[in-house]
Each structure stands twice: as structure tokens, then as C-alpha cells.
Design a protein around this ligand. Structure first.
Ligand code: LLP
Length: 446
């Protein structure tokens, strides 16, 4: 151990501590890092790197834990997976089999959800800028609920639905003006954020909804932010305001059938306090329970985040003037979160021998031509050589979905592990596909 240097990162959890909290991952002397029953080195060899790998078992376990916590709290609840965090068809299929619906934010997501076999009657459509075409598509599919985010959007939905001879089931998304104390880029429930309608305007807008053709008001919704780890205070404050609003609406004789509680439950990437589904269920029960209404949840990260890893190979180790650089074949175009939110992701070598070797600080970087393409700074890692492989942990949410082809790097493959089986569930993009769709105008071809 390079003890004096290690002090800078003394608070980082060890490999063993990281794995202890992720029961679908374990480190074996011979097989190295194993997901369920499949050695990840085997997948890296067969499929190549970079590659996203998801544990079906972890997805199921987490979906069940969340549903279990809600029903143990005596709540009638439906869970709509926020598929913006992972829209892989096989992942959705696993979650659909657990009875989860989908929270979608685009026609693309709606189509993928339907392709995964999620019934329209379990789909809710959120988002601050649904286009007319998207609303029309959602109405044609007769989805369960549209969450409207503005007075203007409600007029739009009414006109489109009435024109189609349909009735849109609409919930009003309310901005409760609470601070979820998360990263500024993913906080959504403060009055200065673009989401929802101000709580002070909500009752009037709801009454307007009830008066419009083509709209059936079905309830209220909120979502205060993502990666919430600062306890239940913000949730409680938001839900208490929602409960008060529902009571007002009832006094006015307006129909309220359900409350959509949003998503946002955080996960411990490093060693953050981990709010539990039980705590969330308790907060819902305490604030909204008296209303006697069914509730909906839109969790994404809590279900899928810990279930996935990103495998990468070491291209080379480079001794810089100030640092040891571990250059891997994954980059910010694959896993954007460290560059975008300064996010911390655990990095574990796939080889048990490497994991047990002396550690010293390293900068873990991708090959992209900007300094922001850095996954970790001063991270304690063993000496790594060309061809070694590592796993970036908690990459199952906001991983593959946020990737791009920046630097003309093809999109990585996605793999599903289920017990002792694994399958490629999304092929690595080919170089032909990378060029697909590009055309030269006639005047450049002569
Ligand atoms: N419902 C709505 C309306 C949302 O906007 C979101 C996430 C969710 C549910 C799901 O939130 P979750 O349970 O996953 O926290 N790219 C960022 C996260 C962006 C979240 C956007 N909205 C990241 O990588 O941290």
C-alpha cells in the first residue's frame, strides 16, 4: 500500500466494501469478478469491450423490493419504470414480467415500451415539451395517463384529443418548490426549474382541465429531482403540498383519482447514505395515505443503476509528469456521468489477483480528445497493464442511454446476464452503421 499517497482518497470504499453492497457481483480467486454466475472476463473476451452488462436477477430483486415496500406500507401503488434511464428492450422485458409499467418522455420511448410488451394501460407520458405528433401518438395508443406540465400544454392536449374524438386522461404535474438537495443539473422541483406548474396556480389550471373537451383530469403528479440521498424531508414536503392541493380540489368538487409521486430515489455510488424504498413508502403513507387514493411511482435509477456495469479494457498505463494515467477503451461518449455531473463510479479490476495487488492513486481516463474525458481522479488502483479489464459499477441507469458516437466511436454492445446464461441484447454498432444515413449532396460527388 502506498500509504501516504492513499490518504487523499482514504474515504473511498475498498473493492470488498463496494461488492458487499452489490449482491449480484462477487470476486472469485479463479474466475475474478462474477455477475450472478457468469465471469465478467468471459463476457469481455466473447463480446469485446467496452460493453454494458446487466443482471436480470438484480433487476428482478430490486423491482420486487420496491413493490414489496409499497404494499407493506399498505399502499395501493403501481410502479412505472422511468425508461429514460435504461431503454434496453430486454431490461424492459424483465421488468414488465415483474409487473412494472413505463414512464416515457418521448414517442421513441413509447414505441420501445410497447415493443417490449408493456401494455398501453401501464404507460404514463411525462415531459415538458411533448410535440403535437407525440400527443397524437399517445392518444392513438390510448395510454394510461399523460402528465401535463403547463396550462398551454393542456389547451394543446384538449384540442388534439377533441379533434380525434378521444378523451385524454391527464394528470397535472405540480412544481412544489422544494429543494431536493441533489446535483443542480438534476433537481426539478424548485420554482425556478422548467418543470410542472406552480403549486399556487395548480387548482385553477386543474379546474380549467375539467372544463375542457377531450380531457379527463385524473390526478396530480410531481417529481422533485433525481439521485436524492438527503433523506425524506424534501419528499415529505412535496407530498404534503400535493395532499393539500388534492383536498382543495375535492372541496371544489373536482375529480382526483390518483397521485403520481415521481421517482428520484438515490443509490450509494460511493458511500452516500442510501434512502430505502421502505423510507419512501413511509413518507408517502404519512403524507398522502389519508387521501385513500392509489399512488404511482416513476423510479428509474434505484431499480436499474446498481444492476449494470460497464466493462472496459486497459489500453495502456501512461506515466505523466504528475500522475499515473490508466487509459481505458471506454470514454465519456459511453459513460457520460463523470464528465457531466462529476459523478463517482466504483472501478473494480476483473482479475482477483489484480484486485489484491498493492494500490496507488491513478487517473482513469478515456481516449477522447478533451480533459473532461476523465472517469476518476486519484483513484486507488493496482498497477494495470494493456489488456487488463475493469468494471465501472452502477452503470445500469443513465449509462448506455446517454452514450453518443462522439469521436466516431461506435455505440458499445449491451449484454444481459441471467443466472448462468448471458446474451448480447444489443449488438455493438458497426463502422458501416456509423456511416449509415450520411449522404453526399450531388454537387460534392462530381
Ligand atoms: N420521472 C420524471 C418525470 C423524471 O424526470 C425522472 C428523471 C424520473 C421519473 C426518474 O428519476 P430517477 O428515479 O431515475 O432518479 N442523467 C441524470 C439523471 C436525470 C434524471 C432525469 N429525470 C444522471 O445521470 O444522474
Amino acid at each position: 500500500m502506498a500509504a501516504p499517497l492513499a490518504l487523499a482518497d482514504a474515504a473511498d470504499p475498498s473493492f470488498a466494501e463496494l461488492l458487499a453492497l452489490r449482491p449480484h457481483l462477487s470476486l472469485h480467486a479463479m474466475d475474478g469478478l462474477v455477475m450472478e454466475e457468469v465471469p465478467l472476463a468471459h463476457i469481455a473476451r466473447e463480446v469485446g469491450t467496452p460493453a454494458w452488462v446487466y443482471s436480470a436477477g438484480a433487476l428482478r430483486r430490486r423491482a420486487r423490493a420496491l413493490k414489496g415496500a409499497l404494499s407493506a406500507a399498505g399502499l395501493t401503488a403501481t410502479v412505472h419504470f422511468a425508461m429514460k434511464c435504461n431503454d434496453n428492450l430486454s431490461v424492459l422485458k424483465v421488468l414488465a414480467a415483474e409487473g412494472l409499467g413505463a414512464d416515457v418522455v418521448s414517442e421513441g420511448e413509447l414505441r420501445i415500451a410497447r415493443a417490449a410488451g408493456i401494455p398501453a394501460s401501464a404507460i404514463v407520458f411525462s415531459g415538458v415539451g411533448k410535440t403535437e405528433d407525440e400527443i397524437r401518438h399517445a392518444l392513438a395508443e390510448d395510454i394510461f395517463q399523460i402528465n401535463a406540465e403547463s396550462a398551454e400544454e393542456i389547451e394543446m392536449i384538449s384540442a388534439i384529443a377533441a379533434g380525434m374524438g378521444r378523451t385524454a386522461r391527464v394528470a397535472l404535474r405540480v412544481n412544489p418548490d422544494v429543494d431536493a438537495k441533489t446535483h443542480a443539473k438534476i433537481t426539478t422541483g424548485k420554482s425556478e426549474n422548467k418543470f410542472g406548474v406552480a403549486i399556487s396556480d395548480a387548482a385553477d389550471i386543474y379546474a380549467r382541465m375539467a372544463s375542457l373537451p377531450g380531457i379527463a383530469p385524473v390526478g396530480v403528479a410531481t417529481h422533485i429531482g433525481s439521485q436524492i440521498t438527503a433523506g425524506m424531508a424534501a419528499y415529505r414536503a412535496a407530498y404534503a403540498r400535493l395532499a393539500e392541493l388534492v383536498r382543495d380540489l375535492r372541496v371544489q368538487g373536482l375529480p382526483v383519482e390518483r397521485v403520481d409521486c415521481g421517482g428520484g430515489l438515490g443509490i450509494p455510488y460511493r458511500d452516500e447514505p442510501a434512502p430505502t424504498p421502505e423510507a419512501l413508502a413511509g413518507a408517502i403513507r404519512a403524507t398522502l395515505g389519508d387521501l385513500g387514493l392509489p399512488v404511482m411511482l416513476e423510479p428509474g435509477r434505484w431499480i436499474a443503476g446498481p444492476a449494470g456495469v460497464l466493462l472496459a479494457s486497459v489500453v495502456l498505463q501512461k506515466r505523466g509528469a504528475a500522475h499515473r494515467f490508466v487509459v481505458v477503451d471506454a470514454a465519456m461518449n459511453d459513460l457520460l456521468r463523470p464528465a457531466m455531473y462529476e459523478a463517482w463510479h466504483g472501478i473494480v479490476p476483473l482479475s482477483a489477483a489484480r484486485a489484491a495487488s498493492p494500490l496507488s492513486p491513478a487517473e482513469v481516463v478515456g481516449p477522447i480528445c478533451e480533459t473532461g474525458d476523465t472517469f476518476a481522479r486519484g483513484r486507488l488502483l493496482p498497477e494495470l497493464v494493456t489488456g487488463d479489464t475493469v468494471a465501472f459499477l452502477d452503470a445500469g441507469a443513465y449509462g448506455a442511454v446517454m452514450s453518443s458516437t462522439y469521436n466516431a466511436r461506435p455505440l458499445a454492445a449491451e449484454v444481459l446476464v441471467d443466472g448462468a446464461r448471458f446474451a448480447v441484447v444489443r449488438e455493438r454498432q458497426s463502422y458501416e452503421e456509423l456511416l449509415h444515413g450520411q449522404r453526399l449532396p450531388e454537387w460534392l460527388t462530381t
